[in-house]
Design a protein around this ligand. Sequence first.
Ligand SMILES: Nc1nc2c(ncn2[C@@H]2O[C@H](COP(=O)(O)OP(=O)(O)OP(=O)(O)O)[C@@H](O)[C@H]2O)c(=O)[nH]1
Ligand SMILES: [Mg+2]
Length: 295
Amino acid sequence: MSRKKTPKRKGASGPAASALPAADGSRPARPGTARPGPQARPNGPPQPGRPSLGGGDFYDVAFKVMLVGDSGVGKTCLLVRFKDGAFLAGTFISTVGIDFRNKVLDVDGMKVKLQIWDTAGQERFRSVTHAYYRDAHGQWFPSWWWWQKQAVMALGSQGAKDPTDGRETAPLVAQVECELKGVRGPSSSVSPTPWAWLTEIQDYAQHDVVLMLLGNKVDSAQERVVKREDGEKLAKEYGLPFMETSAKTGLNVDLAFTAVAKELKQRSMKVPSEPRFRLHDYVKREGRGASCCRP
Ligand SMILES: Nc1nc2c(ncn2[C@@H]2O[C@H](COP(=O)(O)OP(=O)(O)OP(=O)(O)O)[C@@H](O)[C@H]2O)c(=O)[nH]1
Ligand SMILES: [Mg+2]
């Protein structure tokens, strides 16, 4: 789906590959600095005990999480809310290429590092995102603690208008319904077009990827066009856990990432004595309704 009036960063005509972080999470080398080769571990040579993020932030296990969805649905804002507890209000600056942030969570007494990749929703960056799905398998790091499992959080918007600047967007449910029915809408920026993300995840992500569907921007009752029940119904058709979130108010943001971290940890650890964690039940039980958290 194309977007109207998206301010572009100066000189950004496509993915600037040299400026993008490597799929293993390392940043491009500055001039005059050496870049670790693909076999280097992100935290240096293997050490007994817990690896560190560099700033004394130790963790037991690390996973890669990707945020995908159309441009403007709020991926960057969701990540900033989760990482820094803040909301990026004001002018919408569309992500160019891809970026990531790390956050370590305490999950049932274990330090779980999530390396969260914020992808660009714009069509012209699609091939960049595809490459990062593939590298999320972690073939570069044949280590037992690194990149064992992958998660993708697919975002849509529950509103028809961007409450920040009033631009129109096709809401999540309309778009996904188009995909379910195989309908191809007219190529207008507001008409729903098939939601290509689930097909893309099937094609490019790990076969046992942890998936979650998020309906973002539920903070504005006036702008909402998708009822929560409709989002839930749709997610059920795909067999996906579903949560409504708001990067603006913080509604369900920590919860969504925690749920994904719990599922990833359980799938990779398989501690027989631990009760089985059920992602669907957890989000259903713990998720809060939009009316609880007005800004
Ligand atoms: N009201 C409201 N606005 C939001 C929310 N999340 C994001 N926005 C606004 O929506 C616009 C787009 O947000 P971004 O996070 O930059 O969107 P994105 O999905 O990263 O877009 P791309 O980088 O182009 O893929 C910005 O103007 C945000 O302020 C939300 O939960 N509520
Ligand atoms: Mg973005």
